[in-house]
Design a protein around this ligand. Sequence first.
Ligand code: FAD
Length: 488
Amino acid sequence: PKKALVIGSGIAGIASSIRLAHAGFSVEVFEANSYPGGKLSEIQIKGYRFDAGPSLFTLPEQMEELFQLAGKDPKAHFDYEKLEVACHYFWEDGKQVKAWADINRFAEEVETKLGESAQHVREALKSSAYIYDHLAPLFMHRSLHQISTWTNAQALKSYLKMGKLGIFSTMHEANAQRFSNPKLVQLFNRYATYNGSDPYQTPATLNIIPHLEFNIGAYFPKKGMHDITQSLYKLAKDLGVKFHFNAKVDEILVERGKAIGIKVKGETRLAGVLVNNMDMVNAYKTILRKQKQPTKLLNQPKSSSALIFYWGIKKNFSELGLHNILFSEDYKREFEHIFKKGSIYEDPTVYINITSTHKPDDAPAGGMNWFTMINVPNNQGQDWDQLIAEARKNIIEKVNRVLKTDLEPLIEVEEILEPRTIESKTSSSNGALYGNSSNNRFAAFLRHANYSSDIKNLYFCGGSVHPGGGIPLSLLSAKIMMGFVLGK
Ligand code: FAD
C-alpha cells in the first residue's frame, strides 16, 4: 500500500491517521512526547485525576464519524452523556445562574434571576442558530482554499445575508444591543473565549458559539475528556497505524517541490504523503525552516493562553457543577489586560472544571478535582513567575469571596500549566491555545490551508490551520485535509 507519515499525535494527527488507514494507506505517526494526544492529555496525582487541557466537549458527531468510518459502533468505544446544566455562573454580589441545556428553562432562569426578558434569550439563541446554519457549511466543513467553496449555492445565499451574520459589529456591541442586564451581556460575551478571542474585538459572527452549547449541546465523555484521545488512539492502532513516541521529527524532506519524507532521530523515512499536525508557526521555524515561509499567515496575532492550577481539594462544594464560572467585576478591563497590556487583571474570571462531579473516582471520597483556569495573554516573554504568583493569590481570594470559604488549607495537591509549559509540551507557538486569534473579521481567511500550495504531497491538520482550534474544528481539519489527499 501507499505510505503516509503523520507528524504529531494531537487529536487531529490521530484523526488523520485513522482516515488515511481507512483509505488504504500504511500509516506511521511520529510524536515528540512519550504519550499521544498533545494538549488533550491527563495528569494523575495522589488519587486525583485531571484532564490536562480541553474540558468542554461539543459536536460529538465529529468523534462518532471516525468510529463509523471504521465500521464500529461509536457508543461501544466512546461513551458520553449530554449535560443538563452547561455551566454554573457566579457573581460577587451573590447572583447565580444555571445555564440549563433546555433553552426555555435557561431563559426562564435568566428572567427570574437577572430580570431580563426570557424572550431576549430565546431570540439570541435563534440568531446564533441562524449564523451557524449559514456559516458552518462554508467555514467549518469545507476548505476556504478551493474555488468551489465560494461558488456553490450555499455561499451565494450567505453573501446576501452578511449584515445578519454579524460581520460588521463586535460580539460585545451585538450583545449589549440585545440585552439590558450587563451580567447577561457578560455571560454571552464569554463565548469569545471558546476560541481564545476578545469579545470587545471579535466580530459578532462568533455569536455562533452559544448555538453549539445550547441548541446542539454540551457533553461529557463518561471516562473523562482524556478518553477522546485514548479511544481514538486505540481505534487508530486497531486499523494498523503504527505510533512512534519520543520521536521528534527534525525535518520534512523536500526534493524538487515535492515532500518525500522526514528526518527523525538521525534516520530518513520516505513516504508519498506527509501530514503535519505540529503547530504551523513552529513547524515553519523548525521542520520546514528551509522552505519558503508564508510570512503573512505566520505573523497573525495568536489566541490567548491559559494559566491552570490543578488542585486536589479535600472538601465537597455542593453548589459547584462540572463547569463553573466566577465572573470578573470588570470584564472589559480583564480583556484589555489579556489582549492589549499582555498582562493579567487582578480580578480575573475564574473557571473551575470539576470532573469528579460526574466521574466520582477522579477524586478521593469527600474531595474534588479542581481544574482552575484563567485566561491569560500568550507568551511574549513576560515575567511569568511573578504573574503566576500574583494570579494564584488573586484567584484564591476571588474563590474565598464568591464561595465564602478559606481555600488555601483545602488544597491538598497542586500542579500548574502555563503559557511557557503549554508551548514546551505541545509546540504551540507562544503557548496559544487555539492558534490564531479570531479578533478580526478576516481571521478565518488567514489560517493556513490544509495542504501546501508550494510543496506537493504535504498536508496540514490541527488547531493552528483551517478551520481553527478546539476539538471539533481540529477533527474537521483532518477530514478536510483528507479530501485533498484523495483529490476530492
Ligand atoms: P496538539 O494538541 O497541538 O498536538 C500537537 C502534537 O504534535 C503534540 O503532541 C506535539 O508533541 C507534537 N509535535 C510537535 N512538534 C513535533 C515534532 N517536531 N515531531 C513530532 N511531534 C511533534 N478545545 C476544546 O474544544 N474545548 C476546550 O474546552 C478546550 N480547552 C482548552 C484548554 C487548554 C488548557 C488547552 C491547552 C487547549 C484547549 N482547547 C480546547 C483546545 C484544544 O486542546 C486544541 O485545539 C486541540 O487539542 C489541538 O489539537 P491538535 O491536533 O492541533 O494538536
